[in-house]
Design a binder for this molecule. Structure first.
Ligand code: SAM
Length: 246
């Protein structure tokens, strides 16, 4: 028998999360033959399905971004629940999320931080990041539906995260969630790295199926001189848990 959800939250939030995960999976099923979205390689599959989509080799990134504008691409529900458990177990209160999209994983992070801050009295914040204004606005709408307990623990930084994460990070970060286009993962880690505390955790989505795109990140994480201990957790498509022990 499957264990019930570990997420301790009011019913309206659990129902909202279930609904958002379903919408995300429905979109992904339509979007990709493999059922998952990893990188701009999705463009070829999209064109097969809808010949009206034109890909211009000169600007595949722009085309990809346009196609992703209304897509959730939410972190899978079991990975979100695991992340919630981990954040709670660590007592993590300073978290960076790259990226945020419509804010599904952010809700789990904020719920876990809220729980720890109310127990310990420590301040805590999820620094969320999204470059698309329309996605950021929708995410804020979902967080408002969750209520002030969730909203007040999220600092959403709109724009390119390589800029928005440059300043104003807490002295010590407990956890970094890398749920971002693979090419951005290593630059994001390098931006946040100076603030990672000893014992901080970096979680990276899809490190089995996306191993090619993540080659530079995985080489960095697995190089002994960079201070990470890594394990690929056996979730669908892989979920890398890297503990920073320099
Ligand atoms: C996989 S989705 C994140 C899903 C989210 N964690 C969730 O579970 O709902 C990645 C998001 O990163 C955003 N993104 C891509 N490049 C970015 C950048 N340079 N700065 C900030 N956000 C970016 C995309 O617009 C997309 O919405």
């Amino acid at each position: 028998m499957t264990a019930p959800s570990p997420v301790d939250a009011p019913l309206h939030i659990l129902e909202l999360l279930a609904n958002l995960h379903k919408r995300s999976l429905d979109q992904e099923a339509l979007l990709s033959k493999t059922g998952k979205v990893f990188s701009s390689s999705i463009l070829g599959e999209l064109q097969d399905q809808d010949p009206t989509i034109t890909t211009t080799p000169a600007n595949p990134k722009e085309q990809f971004d346009r196609l992703m504008l209304d897509k959730f691409i939410a972190l899978d529900q079991d990975k979100c629940q695991f992340t919630y458990q981990l954040v709670t177990a660590m007592g993590a209160t300073n978290i960076v999320e790259a990226g945020t999209s419509f804010g599904v994983s952010t809700i789990y992070l904020a719920l876990a931080v809220a729980k720890t801050t109310s127990r310990t009295g420590k301040p805590g914040m999820v620094i969320a990041t999204e470059k698309e204004a329309s996605k950021a606005a929708a995410a804020r709408g979902y967080w408002a539906q969750c209520g002030p307990e969730v909203e007040r623990h999220i600092d959403l930084r709109e724009g390119d995260l390589l800029e928005t994460l440059k300043d104003g990070l807490p002295e010590e970060i407990d956890l970094l969630l890398l749920d971002i286009w693979s090419a951005l993962a290593l630059p994001t880690l390098q931006t946040v790295l100076p603030r990672l505390r000893r014992g901080a955790v970096v979680l990276t989505d899809n490190t089995i199926s996306g191993a090619k795109g993540y080659a530079d990140l995985l080489a960095f994480l697995r190089s002994s001189e960079n201070g990470f201990q890594n394990m690929t957790l056996p979730f669908s498509n892989g979920f890398e848990m890297s503990v920073y022990l320099p």
